[in-house]
Design a protein around this ligand. Structure first.
Ligand SMILES: Cc1ncc(COP(=O)(O)O)c(C=O)c1O
Length: 466
């Protein structure tokens, strides 16, 4: 957004008695409301305000549902949202916005990454049993012993690393909390953290809460690789950590061993920490997952972040964890102690049962997802998208430019309203949104009938630019 517009919105905020912390999109709503209701105001400022807001191109919120707590103009009552400076630049997450639009327009939701089928019976039964058995009071802060042990066993099986379940594992409320606890517990205000754009949206918000700065390099299609020289160039004396995510949301990229080795050597050379989000480690199709912590010299400086939701199709349970050597676990646990203190006891109990699943469970999971992925990828290609390879996760990135839309937000709005399918506009995952404007993210964590129905709608209603 240009300097001219933000400056003018500041003037209007003062006029309307709104504090500077009120996000710009909320300010514009208040002003619009008053324009519609107060004729004298309308005459006075309407032309300037319209000219001003028509220049706003990069903030698509006008057409999206208001963030929670935003101004309501239905009843005519105004609510002025209060928000700290640390968070004012973050809007309602794009996933919530898109899922709300999906409901409003009756669109098929291939946007937010939650399965529309249930998790396994044996895990649900274990949760019911735990509740019946009275496992319903506060859990031990860093996790119930059975779950900590199950996590360490799984980690050892997957990586060959033997960790102390009592000293090196912290159970959290989803990976989201593990991310926040890691950032808040190990990063100081003014520190810089390196990330690869596009990145999962909670990283930046958590770093902002920690008072840290994001330095980022962009992963470019088709293979979403990165330039080693560019990566080296963004290290500084203030770099505290590098954050990676493999398999990677939203691109489906899996960092190769060579790439991980480069990252590891830079971490060691610059003596910094690594935070590795591996929530999709079991959803791999084209390559073997490699944990960054398993590379030589890396365990001692890495926090590995994971959760139950994706692997067991139980995203609503929010059971996550952080694995790190005792000195780093110290910081993570301190933050966790004051964020949530402990995580749901019966769900932890069931999670420990889930993690004991035999290898066949994971094989079946992969083979089911492979069929779904094929429906999505083949369908998108048949509709006319340029589809980029996705080695892991349940996401696929595609290039929407054959359809002739200005950017990803315009394309996704058309897709929801005119075609009846929801996807995610990935520019929100980039530090520089321009880098993602030609892309669109689809998920295939839906039953096959839903995926086929979405493809049918797109085939019928989405037309290539002439
Ligand atoms: C890369 C990544 N990390 C973390 C999360 C959050 O995981 P959880 O639901 O366990 O908090 C997600 C959820 O979509 C994700 O895609």
């Amino acid at each position: 957004m240009s300097r001219f517009i933000t400056d003018n919105i500041r003037v209007f905020r003062r006029k309307w008695g709104l504090m500077d912390s009120v996000p710009i999109h909320c300010t514009t709503r208040v002003i619009k409301h008053d324009l519609n209701h107060l004729p004298s105001v309308r005459r006075r400022i309407a032309p300037t305000f319209r000219a001003m807001t028509s220049k706003v191109t990069s903030v698509p919120t006008e057409k999206l549902p208001p963030p929670s707590g935003a101004v309501s103009d239905k009843s005519g009552q105004k609510f002025v949202p209060q928000i700290s400076k640390r968070l004012e630049k973050f809007q309602t997450t794009i996933f919530t916005q898109m899922s709300m639009l999906a409901i409003k327009y009756g669109a098929i939701n291939l946007g937010q990454g939650f399965p529309n089928f249930d998790g396994p019976e044996f895990v649900k039964e274990a949760a019911i049993k735990a509740i019946r058995d009275g496992k319903n009071q506060y859990a031990r802060g860093y996790g119930i012993p059975e779950l900590n042990s199950a996590i360490s066993e799984r980690f050892e099986k997957d990586t060959g690393l033997s960790v102390d379940s009592e000293k090196e594992i912290t159970v959290t409320s989803g990976c989201t909390e593990a991310i926040a606890a890691t950032m808040l517990g190990l990063v100081n205000p003014g520190d810089e953290v390196i990330m690869f754009s596009p990145f999962y949206d909670s990283y930046q918000a958590a770093l902002s809460m920690a008072g840290a700065k994001v330095r980022s390099i962009t992963l470019h299609p088709p293979d979403f690789s990165f330039s080693v020289d560019e990566l080296k160039s963004i290290f500084s004396k203030n770099t505290r950590a590098i954050m990676i995510n493999t398999p990677h949301n939203p691109t489906g990229k899996m960092f190769t061993r060579e790439e991980l080795e480069v990252i590891a050597s830079l971490c060691i050379e610059n003596d910094i920490l690594a935070f590795s989000d591996e929530v999709y480690d079991k959803l791999t199709f084209e390559a073997e997952h490699i944990s960054l912590a398993s590379l030589p010299g890396m365990y001692e400086r890495t926090v590995t972040l994971n959760s139950l939701g994706k692997t067991f199709s139980l995203t609503g349970w929010k059971i996550g964890w952080a694995i790190a050597p005792p000195n780093l676990t110290w910081g993570v646990r301190q933050a966790h102690a004051f964020l949530t203190f402990a995580t749901s006891t019966p769900m932890q109990s069931a999670a420990s049962v889930a993690l004991g699943a035999p290898d066949t469970y994971y094989q079946e999971l992969r083979s089911n997802y492979l069929s779904k992925k094929a429906i999505l990828v083949d369908g998108l290609k048949a509709v006319g998208f340029i589809v980029y390879p996705s080695a892991g996760t349940y996401f696929v990135m595609a290039d929407h430019t054959p359809f002739g839309f200005e950017n990803d937000v315009a394309f996704c709005e058309h897709l929801i309203k005119e075609v009846g399918v929801v996807a995610i506009p990935p520019s929100v995952f980039y530090l520089n949104p321009e880098d993602g404007k030609n892309l669109v993210r689809f998920t295939f964590c839906k039953d096959e009938e839903t995926l086929r129905a979405a493809m049918k709608r797109m085939k019928e209603k989405l037309h290539l630019k002439k």
